[in-house]
Design a protein around this ligand. Structure first.
Ligand code: ADP
Ligand code: MG
Length: 352
């Protein structure tokens, strides 16, 4: 049995780099917060990678360490209390954690951009959206005010904000939630980054708008051949846009798979539980399944498998031995590409 530490095999064509290194490669990342109550172990050995033109969906309940991982990549962790005791964050093969601040700045913001859930708090309320968008070009590309304004209109058009020319001087609160999220996407895209991290970009929006924003993101990503990390707690939104998926629990990746495989046959009881919790139209009126219990307190993560207190399949070994992320195999014994599970009894779930 081999241990794997990658979310999925990255085909060479996807690396966007002759060296063969993926665009972003996170290796054994640990993040902790030193608080008065103790050490919060938010990220505990995460490995994932994303290639150019590829979408990785990172899934998990609230508090599983998805955002903290993203903040570490973007260099926006609160340090202190945050600390990265171990790990590598490689962008095109270079470890950003080992770079000078200067080198790091060139990558973050320009080559890697982020989209947040809450556009209203990410935008400046007293500056027009045109000025905020234009600022990107003025600061990073030295454009004149007039040139920057033209670029802002072009960007607003590109993210399909109606009447961009007339609305370029409007303030954030004058736009609907969906339109504001389009402005956030425009901001992130302004400098044509190679990688976008979208942290629950549609969570605050209603379902129809969610789908439109997701479609827009996917379309722009294809056009620009960007890598995309899509963070979400909603398995329902990823099926159409993601290539591969990493499921997080208590700061660890517990399952990885090409996206469609996971819907067909998950290999971890936690993923099974998440799938069973998706509301389905044909089950209207029936009680919705919910995983019992709550995510663990990260000040005191359970011994063994962190999911064991909530797991319907837990046995003695689950309470003592932490399962590594293992390569999973099909019924015929052949390795399933890109598929891993951190469950001692993955076979029982996968081959159920
Ligand atoms: P999510 O998967 O919902 O995005 P997060 O990555 O935001 O989860 O959080 C992971 C854990 O880290 C949570 O338990 C959270 O309370 C903790 N955490 C995040 N930021 C801080 C901080 N600045 N200080 C202390 N704990 C933090
Ligand atoms: Mg989060």
């Amino acid at each position: 049995m081999t241990t794997i530490d990658n979310t999925a095999d990255v085909p060479a064509s996807r690396t966007g780099d002759e060296s063969g290194a993926p665009l972003l490669d996170v290796r054994d990342l640990h993040v902790e917060f030193h608080t008065r109550e103790g050490v919060v172990k938010a990220v505990n050995g995460v490995n994932y990678s994303v290639g150019a033109g590829e979408t990785l969906a990172v899934l998990g309940e609230s508090g599983s360490g998805k955002s903290v991982t993203a903040q570490a990549i973007m260099g926006i962790l609160d340090m202190p209390p945050g600390k990265i005791p171990h790990g590598e964050i490689r962008f095109r093969g270079q470890d950003m954690l080992a770079m000078s601040n200067e080198e790091r700045r060139k990558i973050r913001g320009r080559k890697i951009a982020m989209i947040f859930q809450d556009a209203l708090s990410a935008l400046n309320p007293v500056v027009s959206v045109g000025t905020q968008l234009g600022e990107m070009f003025r600061v990073h590309e030295g454009l004149s005010k007039k040139e920057a304004r033209a670029k802002s209109i072009e960007l607003m058009d590109r993210v399909r904000i109606p009447a961009a020319k007339e609305r370029v001087g409007d303030y954030p609160h004058q736009f609907s939630g969906g339109m504001r999220q389009r402005i956030m996407i425009a901001m992130a895209m302004a400098l044509e980054p190679e990688l976008i991290i979208a942290d629950e970009p549609t969570t605050a929006l209603d379902v129809t708008v969610q789908a439109q924003i997701m479609e827009l993101l996917a379309e722009l990503q294809r056009e620009l051949n960007m890598g995309l990390i899509l963070i979400t707690h909603d398995l329902g939104v990823v099926a159409d846009v993601a290539d591969k998926i990493a499921v997080m629990y208590a700061g660890r990746i517990v399952e990885t798979a090409p996206v469609h495989d996971i819907y067909k046959a998950p290999a971890h009881p936690y993923t099974r539980g998440l799938l069973d919790s998706i509301p389905r139209l044909d089950q209207k009126g029936q009680e919705l399944y919910a995983i019992k219990g709550l995510p663990p307190n990260l000040l005191k993560i359970p011994a063994g498998c962190a999911f064991n207190p909530r797991c319907p399949k837990a046995q003695d070994i689950c309470r003592t031995e932490e399962p590594p992320l293992l390569q999973v195999t099909g019924r015929d014994g052949g390795e399933l590409p890109g598929r891993g599970s951190a469950c001692h009894f993955w076979k029982e779930t996968l081959h159920a």
